[in-house]
Design a protein around this ligand. Sequence first.
Ligand SMILES: Cc1cc2nc3c(=O)[nH]c(=O)nc-3n(C[C@H](O)[C@H](O)[C@H](O)COP(=O)(O)O)c2cc1C
Length: 347
Amino acid sequence: MELKELKIGNLTAAIPIIQGGMGIGVSLSGLAAAVANEGGIGTISGVQIGFREPDFAVNPVEANLRAIGKEIKKAREKTKGILAINIMAAISNYELYVKKAVEEKIDLIVSGAGLPLSLPKLVEGTSTKIAPIVSSAKAAGIIIRSYLKNKRLPDAVIVEGPLAGGHLGFKMNEILEEKCASLKEIVKEVKELITGIEKEHGVTIPVIAAGGIRTKEDIMGLQEAGADGFQIASLFVSTIECDAHENFKLAYVNAEKSDEMIIKSPVGMPARAIRNKFITDSVENGCVVSKCYKCMPNCNPATIPYCISSGLIDAVEGRGGLIFSGANLEVINKITTVKEVISRLIG
Ligand SMILES: Cc1cc2nc3c(=O)[nH]c(=O)nc-3n(C[C@H](O)[C@H](O)[C@H](O)COP(=O)(O)O)c2cc1C
């Protein structure tokens, strides 16, 4: 089976690879532009993107809005390719951030961690495309029915399976007991649903598989199951172009299978991360949260075991922290380049 280009509305990526958004700060303009330059779709992570702005501690919303503009501009200077931004539906001020990215003429908004039901109205009248992330055909159905009320459909649907990095759309016990459906199974179900919608409405909606894709064989297997595109994140961390500190990249290179673990995130979802001192000290034993960035509407600093923003910022700046990752990191054993990762994947 041949790999085809990936069409999302009028956007055509020469290779069907989307680099998954990685927050906080792991995928910014550097990585996103490098992937876009190779013919894939590069994704800037929009979550707490203003963490390097001087006023972030006192005015995180302003800092984030400014940084969304800056990172999109920086990426545009480096590439003429397709750029997406990932903004998690669960974060505070979600709509403000999406609107800002749309104003900056981002090509595609990718949103998961919750149901991104307001996306159609946020992009109305613009050329920005929308791609919700789902972990089941049921969630895809709910989103599609809601979008249709706005006379709109998603431009693509990203299906994230249980081996993905960061927050996971499955129940904690299902992941720990390995009872989740596989990515292939979920892709098949979502593809069936989407094929029906495509026929009914005379449109094309690519289904993009994500989570644990490590080899060309993984890609071919998912293509057989119905995937039109492949969202990949972890493999791009250990590249020169990745925007994270070298210590973050080396944590991937040095991780062993036994270091991969599932934690309960203050977001209220399970998440996959690499076991380190932060996890044993803070996640397992709890710590006092002294600074709150108000990044999530329902987070209470008095009751959470650790602050997710501080943990992720420490990680991306190389101070240990909370290092999110996908499963099966054993294939990552050196710092490489985006070009090499992609050429290994598509052969
Ligand atoms: C370090 C890291 C951070 C991530 N952050 C986000 C995020 O902020 N929002 C999101 O929707 N997905 C996030 N993800 C998920 C990825 O975008 C992607 O869908 C998933 O990790 C793909 O699986 P893979 O890493 O096994 O390739 C993150 C993944 C990693 C590894």
